[in-house]
Design a protein around this ligand. Structure first.
Ligand code: HEM
Length: 375
């Protein structure tokens, strides 16, 4: 009995010493390589509590102390956060091949769901085939043009729903009929009546008062396009993009980034970076007039859809829907804030979920403009 107990104690001690040596060896290996700077973390949980309820804002604050390439540990996950246009360009342009994998999340592993998912699937031959199929067969300009009538019907229905609400003397809730991005754009326009007036003037000039906006009008509406860019700059729906994962050890801007590190790109902080944008917190669509800056993945100061191999595959479609729904809402109705709100005090706080929405839904009163019909 005594000898069994001694054996167990000795094996336990041996295992503990082996584990300590192993961890020390790993840390020693890391210490010889230059890692990105970052705040110290707690044992086991690491930096999870540094992120708070609005991670994109907390990370932006950490940038002030640690710079645009930040290292964190979230539980057992080594994590790197990219927070400037220059670092994002390095990552998504020059090192995209090393960073375009996704970390398999346990929640997606049931029924092998993740293997079939374009958004969270690993960078594999299967993913490449599905992505190519979607880009070549579904998300082409031609296919999107072919489905314009379906979107037209949805927009007409949206307008009819808002009209019905108005007839019942109810307040129209933009949130229920269109996406978070449209809601942010409307909120910004209601805070800036001068910009709203310019969108209306442009619509009146190009579309006129007797018909609805069509997708074919959009290219003739540069101010509206600038409004959507500006809204996506300040309010990217997916502020940290979809996390990427390193496929191999990589030397990134002089830092060692180990294989299997999770990488966030803070598109929200990049869109508000004073190094990239003049007067970054002001909603000013004019900044895009006469400028080539776009959100299609080539200008790294504006990346609400990401960039590189993992860029949003639905970007073209999202762009159409966003522009058409915003144009239709403004062209068909005059919008007023409810009596308790003014442009100066409109609540712009955020609520984090799958996308970032307004915490307090936009409560606005639509007034049908005279001549146009919903169908
Ligand atoms: C305003 C609307 C939208 C925004 C802001 C948005 C944004 C994004 C972002 C930031 C990513 C990750 C990019 C990266 O990892 O670098 C993404 C990926 C993706 N999006 Fe979107 N998206 C929108 C609409 C759509 C629509 C309408 C669809 C489908 C029709 C779509 C399908 C996808 C898919 C499948 C991926 C994963 C791509 C991959 O990992 O290869 N998105 N989107």
């Amino acid at each position: 009995m005594e000898s069994i107990r001694s054996f167990l104690v000795c094996s336990g001690l041996f295992l503990a010493i082996a584990m300590i040596l192993c961890l020390k060896g790993k840390n020693l290996g890391r210490r010889t390589k230059k890692l990105p700077p970052g705040p110290p973390g707690w044992p086991i949980i690491g930096n999870i509590f540094d992120l708070g309820t609005e991670p994109h804002r907390a990370l932006q604050e950490l940038k002030l102390k640690y710079g645009p390439v930040l290292r964190l540990r979230l539980g057992s996950m080594d994590t790197v956060v990219i927070q400037s246009a220059k670092a994002a360009a390095q990552l998504l342009k020059n090192h995209d091949a090393s960073f375009c994998d996704r970390k398999p999340l346990d929640v997606f592993t049931c029924h092998n769901y993740r293997d079939g998912s374009l958004a969270v699937g690993r960078f594999s031959p299967y993913w490449r085939t599905v992505r190519r199929l979607c880009s070549v067969e579904m998300m082409t300009v031609k296919r999107i043009n072919d489905t314009a009538s379906i979107r037209r019907k949805c927009i007409d229905q949206m307008i009819r729903n808002i009209e019905d609400d108005t007839q019942l003397q109810m307040q129209g809730r933009v949130r229920e009929t269109t996406s978070a991005a449209t809601e942010w754009a409307m909120a910004e326009l209601l805070r800036k009546p001068e910009a709203m007036r310019k969108v209306k003037e442009e619509l009146n000039e190009v579309v006129g008062e007797n018909r609805n906006v069509e997708e074919s009008d959009i290219e003739k509406l540069p101010y509206l396009q600038a409004v959507v860019k500006e809204a996506l700059r300040l309010h990217p729906s997916v502020p940290l993009l979809v996390p990427k994962n390193t496929m191999q050890d990589t030397n990134f801007m002089g830092y060692h980034i180990a294989k299997d590190t999770q990488v966030f790109v803070n598109a929200w902080a990049i869109g508000r970076d004073p190094d990239s944008w003049e007067d970054p917190l002001t909603f000013k669509p004019e900044r895009f007039l006469g400028s080539n800056i776009d959100y299609k993945g080539q200008n790294f100061e504006l990346i609400p859809f990401g960039s590189g191999r993992r860029i949003c595959i639905g970007m073209l479609l999202a762009q159409r829907v966003l522009l058409l729904s915003l144009a239709s809402l403004i062209h068909c109705f005059d919008w007023e804030l409810d009596k308790d709100s003014t442009p100066e005090i409109l609540d712009m706080r955020e609520k984090i979920g799958m996308s970032v929405k307004k915490l307090v839904p936009l409560n606005v009163i639509p007034k049908r403009r005279s001549k146009m019909m919903a169908d």
